[in-house]
Design a protein around this ligand. Structure first.
Ligand code: GLU
Length: 278
């Protein structure tokens, strides 16, 4: 089968060893026996992404000996495409504006005796804004209140007639339970689209057949399958891999300067040594 994989970092810092392992994993699968390895910059969060990190990602991967097929896809250059998906979903009555602050949500959750939580432990959005009337929504928007757009998950699941499943390499077919994630955000107050929306859109338009990414994102597959089903996009296969940990058993983070490819390159460590370590 012709395989298309991708490495899709967010340019919020320099790549570290964990990214290198993820990139090599996706690259090797696409290169043997034949296929395409795509590089995508997920830079829709204007508050956290920086052009210098975006430039560094391409430089560091090239130094590391990884090549990619076609141009780098830069999400911030495709905001109109994400807006078209939002308009489509909104036109079908599947989105609603949410004006809540984090404090509003926490207050509501604290007041409830049995607030449900998502599998990652975060409290589910308690649906505060789902029941606002059309005129209340219009008034708040007219008054300049900032809002996110949430997927009305119960309504969305009603539109999806078939069970949502995906193939996880080491486990086989997995049945999704997207209701456990609540009304996920598809457009943020501070960014025109959310990770879930952009990643599923781009995997579809770029023809990605195998999503390889860290196990921390495995649970994100459930809401992402809902978006794929609503939009009629194909479902790639998935292979979530364990995260690389430091000596203390903590996952590597962009703040761990010594573990960045850049620091290793500056220290004169040859890329082959790093590859061997991975
Ligand atoms: N952009 C995401 C990140 O840097 C990865 C997205 C994905 O692989 O689905 O964590």
């Amino acid at each position: 089968m012709f395989i298309v994989t991708r490495f899709a970092p967010s340019p919020t810092g320099y790549l570290h060893l964990g990214h290198a392992a993820a990139a090599v994993n996706a690259w090797r699968r696409a290169r043997a026996p034949c296929g395409r390895f795509l590089l995508r910059l997920e830079d829709i969060d204007p508050g956290r992404c920086r052009p210098e990190y975006a430039a560094a990602i391409a430089e560091d991967l090239a130094w590391f000996g990884l090549d990619w097929d076609g141009p780098i896809r830069v999400q911030s250059a495709h905001l109109g495409d994400y807006q078209a998906v939002l308009d489509d979903l909104a036109g079908r009555g599947l989105l609603y504006p949410c004006f809540c602050t984090r404090a509003d949500i926490m207050r509501e959750v604290a007041a409830s005796t049995a607030a449900p939580h998502a599998p990652d432990g975060s409290p589910l959005y308690p649906g505060i804004c789902r029941g606002l009337s059309v005129s209340e929504r219009a008034d708040r928007i007219a008054a300049g209140h900032r809002f996110a757009l949430r997927l009305d998950m119960p309504a969305a699941l009603q539109r999806v007639s078939h069970p949502l499943i995906y193939h996880e390499e080491a486990e086989g077919w997995i049945t999704c339970h997207p209701g456990r994630f609540g009304d996920v955000v598809l457009a943020r107050k501070d960014a025109p689209a959310s990770y879930h929306l952009c990643v599923t859109h781009d995997d579809a338009v770029q023809g990605v057949t195998l999503v390889t990414r860290g196990a921390d994102l495995k649970s994100a597959t459930d809401p992402q399958r809902v978006i794929q089903a609503l939009m009629g996009w194909p479902t790639p296969a998935y292979a979530h891999h364990p995260l690389l940990l430091d000596q203390d058993g903590r996952r590597l983070a962009k703040r761990d300067k010594a573990a960045t490819l850049r620091a290793m390159r500056d220290a004169g460590i040859p890329p082959e040594h790093i590859l061997a370590r991975l």
